[in-house]
Write a protein that binds this ligand. Structure first.
Ligand code: ZN
Ligand code: ZN
Length: 786
C-alpha cells in the first residue's frame, strides 16, 4: 500500500498550490476586478438595464455589522443579475445630509452648532464627512461590493441638492406644499421638529401623580392621575369614560384646576380609560397624541406650556423658565405642600422618544412646511399592492404604515448641514417667494431671486434659514440615479428602477417617502420591486446598542475571516426577510465550510480536465444530484433569497459530494484497478461538479470562487460567466437515499469492529445498488462472495 501511495503522489500534483484559502488575497482580487472593469455597466441598445436603487448609507463613524451584511446581500443581487445575462447598473451613493454629522462634528471639535458661524460649521461637517465616507467606502470594497465607485454620488453635492430643491419648487407650484402651525413632535436635544416616522416608543419608568382637582359646583375633590403635572397650566378639559359609573354625576359639570384656579369642563369621552389612574384624565396642550386629537376634535384653545428650548413658558406662571423635569419636581413639591397631592406611583410608561437622540418627545405647536400625503394614501396603497416584494410578506409592513399615517409630512427642519429650503420672504408683508427650479440655492446667504415684492412693492427680503428633513433628499435617489431633469434619454430608459433593496427598519421612512415623492413627481412608482431585508441582532437576538455593550464591529471580523466567510455566513444564516443573529462562532463556521471547499478543489485540481467519456453509474448519480441543486438554487436566486442557494450548496458539497461521491471515486481517479476510460469519467465528473458549484457560489462568495476558477478553468473572471443550467437527468437521484444509507452502514460496522476506513470488510453490496458495485467495493475495500 505504501509503495502504491508513493507512485500516486508522483503522478498527481494539485494545480492549486496554496494549501489554504488565504483571504488576504481578497483585496488584490478586488483591485483586479476594478482594473479589468468587469462590473462596468455594459449598455446595450436592446435591453433595459437592471437598475438597483442602492441605499446611500449614512457615514457616522461605525458601520453596523447588520448593515454591512445587508450591503453584501445587495451585492449578491447585482452579481446574480449580471450572471443572469443582464446589464446591471449598481450605483453607489453616500447620504451626507442631516443630524448625525452635526452631532459628530460638535463632539469632534467640542463646539456647539448654534454658536459657530454657519459657513464655518458647514466646512467642519464636510471635513468630518469626507473622512467618514472614505472609511465607509473602504469597508464597501472590503466586502466586495461590485458597485460603480467612479460616478459615486453624494446627497450633499450641488446637483443633488439642486434636484431636491427643484422638486420642492415643482410641488410648491402645484399646491402640494403648505405652511401651518400644528402640534408637532419636537426634540429639544436635536432642536428640531421630527416626523412621526422618526419617533420610537420606549418603556420608561415615570411617576404617575395623583392630584386633587375640585368640582366647582359641589366643592368635592376629583382626583386626576397624570404623568405630566407640569402641564396642568395648559389643562382645558377633564374627561371620564361615559360608561364609568363613578363619575356619571359629574358629566357636564366643571372642575377647578389646582395652582392656577381656572375652571374647565368635565366631559364624558371614550378616550378615558377607567382602569388608568382614577379614570379621570386631564387634557392639556400637549401631553400626548390623545391630547392633540381631543384639542382638534373638540376645538379647544391651546395654551402653549413648553417652548422649543424644552423649558416652560410664561403660561406656567411660577414655573416659567424651568426645564420640564425641574418643573415637574417643583410642582409635585408645591402640590404636596398645599395638601393637593394624594400619592405618587412609579409606573412604566410607553413614551415617545426621538429615534436619534433618545430624548422624550415634546409635542409643541410649530410653524412648519408640510408636504401633502393624506390625499395620496389610496393611490399609495394601490402602488404597494402592485409592486413586487421580496419576500412577499413584507409588503404588509408598508400597508400597515400607510393605514396609520394621520398627518401630512412636516418637511422643514431647524438644522444646518442639509439642503436649504429655497424660499424668501418679503420683509414688509411676509409673502413667500420661490425661485425658478434648476440651480442650488442657499437663501441664508444668497441674494433673493426677485427685486420687488409683487404683493406690497417692498424691495427687502429675507431668506428662510431652515433646511429639509433629510428624507426629502434620499427619497428621490431613484430619480437622481436615472437622470431625472438632467438626462431625458437616460431617464426614459432607466425609470422606474428595477429594484429597491433596503432594511425593514426604514419601510415607513425611506420606502414610503420614496414612493410618495416619486409618484407625486412622475406619476409612477420609483421601482418595480422592493427587497426588504431583516435586521442584524446580537447572539441572543437582541438589538445591538452601544449602551448595551453588545455591538459587534464588522472590520475586525472581516480582517479575521475574510469577506467571503462573512458573506457566506450572512447568506446562510437566515431566510430572506427575517432578522438574523450576528455571532462570531457562526462566521467561523462559514469559514470552515470555505476551507472544506478549498480542500476539495485542491484535490480535484490534481486531475486533468477532460472531455466526457463513458460515465459510470456513480458519475451519473452525482450529476443528477447536481442537476437538482442547480434547479433549486435557480429558484432561490430568482427570488433574491440567498439563504436558499447558500444552504443547499453547503449541504451538497459537504454531505453528498465530499463525504460520498469523492470518497467513492478516489480510487478510480487515481486509476487504482480501473480502466483509463473509467478514470477519465471520474476526472470529468469531478471537474464538472466543481465548476458548477463555483458558478453557483460566485454571487455569494465572489473572491474564492474567482481565484479557483482562474487557476483551473479560465483566464477571465468567473463573474463574466452565466449561472449554470441543469443539463443532466435527475432520474438517478432515486439512488441517493439507499446509497447514503449503505455507506453509513459500512462506516458504522467498521467503527464497531474497530477497523480503519481502508481496512477490508466482508459485506455484500445490496441489489438495488448493484450498478455502483465497482466503486463501492473499492471505496470500502469490501470483500464480497462474487
Ligand atoms: Zn433628538
Ligand atoms: Zn411684500
Amino acid at each position: 500500500m505504501s509503495s502504491d501511495k508513493a507512485k500516486v503522489a508522483k503522478r498527481f500534483f494539485p494545480k492549486i498550490t496554496e494549501k489554504r484559502w488565504d483571504h488576504n488575497l481578497e483585496g488584490k482580487i478586488f483591485d483586479e476586478w476594478q482594473r479589468e472593469g468587469i462590473f462596468k455597466l455594459k449598455r446595450t441598445r436592446r435591453r433595459r438595464p437592471f437598475v438597483i436603487d442602492t441605499p446611500p448609507p449614512y457615514p457616522s463613524g461605525t458601520w453596523h455589522i447588520g448593515a454591512v451584511a445587508q450591503y453584501s446581500q445587495i451585492d449578491m443581487i447585482a452579481r446574480t443579475s449580471r450572471m443572469s445575462g443582464l446589464p446591471v447598473h449598481f450605483p453607489i451613493g453616500i447620504d451626507r445630509n442631516g443630524l448625525p454629522v452635526e452631532i459628530y462634528t460638535e463632539n469632534l471639535y467640542n463646539i456647539r452648532m448654534r454658536e459657530t458661524p454657519r459657513e464655518r460649521f458647514i466646512e467642519l461637517c464636510k471635513i468630518a464627512l469626507d473622512d467618514l465616507e472614505n472609511r465607509m467606502v473602504q469597508t464597501m470594497k472590503r466586502i466586495g461590493l461590485s458597485g460603480d465607485y467612479v460616478s459615486r454620488y453624494r446627497t450633499d453635492q450641488k446637483e443633488y441638492r439642486a434636484l431636491t430643491q427643484s422638486t420642492f419648487i415643482d410641488l410648491w407650484q402645484r399646491g402640494l406644499i403648505y405652511e401651518a402651525t400644528r402640534p408637532n413632535n419636537y426634540c429639544s436635544d436635536c432642536g428640531t421638529t421630527i416626523a412621526d416616522a422618526e419617533v420610537q416608543y420606549e418603556e420608561l419608568s415615570t411617576c404617575l401623580v395623583y392630584v386633587k382637582f375640585k368640582v366647582k359646583e359641589t366643592g368635592e375633590p376629583l382626583v386626576v392621575a397624570t404623568t405630566r403635572p407640569e402641564l396642568i397650566c395648559s389643562c382645558q378639559l377633564v374627561i371620564v369614560n361615559p360608561s364609568d359609573e363613578r363619575y356619571t354625576t359629574l358629566h357636564g359639570r366643571q372642575v377647578t384646576i389646582p395652582i392656577y384656579n381656572r375652571d374647565v369642563d368635565i366631559k364624558p369621552h371614550p378616550s378615558a380609560q377607567p382602569d388608568f389612574g382614577t379614570g379621570a384624565v386631564m387634557i392639556c396642550s400637549y401631553g400626548d397624541y390623545t391630547d392633540v386629537l381631543l384639542f382638534r376634535e373638540l376645538g379647544l384653545k391651546e395654551i402653549l406650556a413648553a417652548g422649543q428650548d424644552g423649558r416652560l413658558t410664561e403660561a406656567a406662571g411660577p414655573y416659567q423658565g424651568l426645564a420640564i423635569a425641574e418643573a415637574r419636581a417643583k410642582i409635585i413639591e408645591d402640590l404636596n405642600a398645599q395638601g393637593l397631592l394624594v400619592k405618587v406611583e412609579k409606573i412604566n410608561h410607553r413614551t415617545p422618544v426621538c429615534s436619534r437622540s433618545g430624548t422624550p418627545i415634546e409635542i409643541i405647536p410649530m410653524r412648519e412646511y408640510y408636504l401633502k400625503q393624506l390625499d395620496f394614501l389610496p393611490k399609495l396603497r394601490q402602488l404597494a399592492k402592485k409592486m413586487v416584494f421580496y419576500p412577499d410578506t413584507n409588503r404588509q409592513i408598508l400597508l400597515d404604515w400607510l393605514n396609520s399615517v394621520s398627518i401630512d409630512w412636516p418637511i422643514s427642519r431647524r438644522r444646518v448641514y442639509a439642503t436649504e429650503i429655497p424660499v424668501w420672504y418679503c420683509k414688509t408683508c411676509s409673502a413667500p417667494f420661490v425661485p425658478s427650479p434648476g440651480p442650488y440655492y442657499r437663501p441664508w446667504r444668497d441674494r433673493p431671486p426677485i427685486a420687488q415684492c409683487s404683493k406690497c412693492g417692498s424691495t427687502e427680503f429675507e431668506g428662510d434659514t431652515r433646511t429639509f428633513d433629510t428624507w426629502m433628499d434620499s427619497s428621490i435617489s431613484a430619480l437622481f440615479i436615472t437622470g431625472y431633469k438632467r438626462d431625458t434619454k437616460l431617464f426614459r430608459r432607466n425609470y422606474p428602477t428595477t429594484i429597491r433593496p433596503q432594511g425593514k427598519d426604514i419601510v415607513r421612512t425611506w420606502l414610503h417617502y420614496s414612493i410618495l415623492r416619486c409618484y407625486q413627481l412622475t406619476g409612477k412608482a420609483p421601482f418595480i420591486s422592493a427587497w426588504i431585508g431583516g435586521l442584524g441582532m446580537d447572539e441572543q437576538g437582541e438589538a445591538m446598542h452601544k449602551s448595551k455593550g453588545n455591538v459587534v464591529e464588522p472590520e475586525p471580523i472581516l480582517e479575521k475571516y475574510g469577506a467571503d466567510a462573512f458573506r457566506f455566513w450572512n447568506a446562510s444564516e437566515a431566510t430572506h426577510g427575517s432578522d438574523f443573529r450576528c455571532s462570531e462562532a457562526r462566521i467561523a463556521g462559514a469559514h470552515k465550510f470555505l476551507t472544506k471547499l478549498w480542500n476539495i478543489s485542491r484535490f480535484i485540481s490534481s486531475f486533468p480536465r477532460v472531455q466526457a467519456a463513458n460515465l459510470m453509474a456513480s458519475d451519473k448519480w452525482v450529476l443528477s444530484e447536481l442537476a437538482g441543486l442547480v434547479e433549486y438554487c435557480a429558484n432561490g436566486y430568482r427570488g433574491f433569497n440567498f439563504f436558499v442557494p447558500a444552504s443547499a450548496i453547503r449541504d451538497f458539497v459537504w454531505e453528498t459530494f465530499a463525504s460520498h461521491y469523492v470518497e467513492m471515486v478516489k480510487p478510480r481517479a487515481y486509476g487504482q484497478g480501473f480502466s483509463k476510460q473509467q478514470q477519465r469519467a471520474a476526472w470529468y465528473t469531478l471537474h464538472t461538479v466543481l465548476g458548477t458549484v463555483l458558478l453557483l457560489l460566485a454571487p455569494i462568495t465572489p473572491f474564492m470562487t474567482d481565484r479557483i476558477w482562474r487557476q483551473l478553468y479560465s483566464k477571465s473572471s468567473i463573474h463574466t460567466e452565466t449561472l449554470p443550467k441543469a443539463i443532466w437527468s435527475k432520474a438517478d437521484k432515486r439512488y441517493t437515499e439507499p446509497m447514503l444509507a449503505f455507506n453509513r452502514e459500512v462506516w458504522r460496522v467498521k467503527q464497531e469492529k474497530n477497523l480503519a476506513l481502508r481496512d477490508p470488510l466482508e459485506m455484500e453490496v445490496p441489489k438495488k445498488l448493484a450498478r455502483f458495485r465497482d466503486d463501492l467495493i473499492k471505496m470500502h475495500s469490501l470483500v464480497t462472495a462474487r
